[in-house]
Design a protein around this ligand. Structure first.
Ligand code: KE4
Length: 422
């Protein structure tokens, strides 16, 4: 078996940056990526024979843990019945019914293949429904890589510090208005400066692409009120938060009814699935029921639907409060370990998501998140990885626990952090 170094050298000859998604290249932390051969539960094993406790969890999907038996069995059963039918199948209906049952604001959904497709399609729907073109998003917010959202994206873009990207015509982002997260006055100002022109506000109800940033008191309800006042749709991008911050997502946890919801990651159980949904009056505008076109060869793929369905059914049995408590205990102890090394640390945490920002707090938006010490973080990342703990290779990504992480995993993580020298 070739090792990670050999595989990466070959990968770089045939894949841009040696990866199929930029953040996986670990460039912002000055490391080469590990090539993984197997995962199970909270663990991953590399081509170099190293075992690691994983806190990336495929960037969010693996809330049950990797290779969960029920999910694996459902996917294998589906594969044996054929990988793709090109026709509707029962599991599409079952998963759609379950999503509508669990998510308070959703009457109808459309399956797609990624979070990017979900937000891109939701934006098209919002523009069609309102007859308006502009969209408000937030500095440090990331909604996938469709053109209109790459005006100043977070996540990999923030790490790569490209303020927008070549290849997107200026006209495509001219209608993308930017405000700061947790700044209602800034959002009101954009609405007032663009009267009757804003189709939608896209928000991560808990931001996860500038690190974890929580909605301040009144932030989400304030956005709901502003959208109602100015006639725009409120779109919750719950690609990270959906089924993670609560089984019913952030909309359930914070009691806010968005007009549209975008989902991904967890609902595919590790397979490529995205979804957008909302009230019937909006979704019935989508072809072939309505006049707003959106399509996809593998949308609703039977294998992905089976895996997603098995995932959600297993999540319905889990104790979210217990995982939230354990995650907070871990994160709080990690914070004090790093503080004992003389570092300023701000911990942002909700449910099974946390970020340790190496900066004085509070971290409430992208500018404050950007004050974190990236150089020291890179040293922390490298030493934790060498000690067998896989944290995200970027200060702008979150750490995720899962229902598979054990107390032993957490103890190993704390041991590794105690040994780090920064
Ligand atoms: C809130 C939110 N909305 C949309 C997306 C895009 O989803 P995908 O197209 O990558 O499935 C994402 C994707 N998240 C990044 C990491 N935070 C995926 C990792 C990557 O880009 O490789 C997201 O976080």
């Amino acid at each position: 078996m070739p090792d990670s170094k050999n595989l990466f050298e070959r990968a770089c000859r045939v894949l841009p940056g040696g990866v199929n998604s930029p953040v996986r290249a670990c460039r912002s932390v000055g490391c080469d990526p590990l090539f993984v051969t197997k995962t199970a539960g909270s663990k991953m094993w590399t081509a170099d024979g190293q075992e690691l406790v994983d806190y990336i969890m495929s960037w969010g999907p693996m809330l049950l843990g990797h290779a969960h038996p029920a999910v694996e069995e459902a996917a294998v059963r589906a594969v044996r019945a054929g990988a793709s039918f090109g026709t509707p199948c029962e599991d599409e209906v079952l998963l759609a019914e379950l999503l509508c049952e669990i998510l308070p604001s959703v009457d109808m959904v459309r399956m797609v293949n990624s979070g990017t497709e979900a937000t891109m399609s939701a934006l098209r729907l919002a523009r069609a429904y309102t007859g308006r073109d502009k969209v408000i998003k937030f500095h440090g917010g990331y909604h996938g890589h469709s053109d209109c959202f790459l005006a100043s994206a977070g996540s990999g873009m923030a790490t790569l510090s490209i303020p927008g990207t070549p290849g997107v015509p200026e006209t495509f982002v001219a209608g993308t208005l930017l405000a700061h997260y947790n700044d209602l006055a800034g959002v009101r100002q954009l609405f007032e400066e663009n009267p009757e022109e804003v189709a939608a506000v896209f928000v991560e109800p808990v931001a996860g692409n500038m690190g974890c940033v929580l909605p301040g008191e009144g932030w989400l309800s304030g956005l709901r009120a502003l959208c109602d006042e100015f006639g725009a749709l409120l779109v919750f991008d719950e690609v990270i938060t959906g089924f993670r911050v609560d089984l019913g997502g952030a909309q359930k946890r914070f009691g806010i009814d968005p007009d549209l919801t975008c989902l991904g990651k967890i609902i595919g159980g590790g397979f490529p699935v995205g979804c957008y949904g909302g009230k019937r009056k909006f979704m019935e505008r989508i072809a072939p029921c309505g006049d707003v076109y959106q399509a996809g060869t593998l949308s609703g793929n039977p294998v992905a639907m089976a895996a997603g369905l098995a995932t959600l059914r297993e999540l319905q049995k889990q104790d979210y409060a217990a995982l939230e408590k354990r995650t907070l205990e871990l994160a709080t102890e990690l914070k004090s370990i790093l503080e004992s090394k003389g570092l300023p640390v701000t911990l942002n945490h909700v449910a099974s998501i946390f970020t340790l920002f190496l900066t004085e707090g509070p971290v409430t938006d992208f500018p404050s998140a950007s004050t974190a010490d990236g150089e020291t973080f890179a040293k922390y990342y490298a030493q934790m990885r060498a000690a067998g703990v896989n944290v995200a290779p970027s200060g702008f990504e979150c750490s995720f626990t899962s229902f598979a992480h054990t107390d032993e995993d957490f103890e190993k993580t704390l041991e590794a952090a105690r040994a780090v020298s920064l």
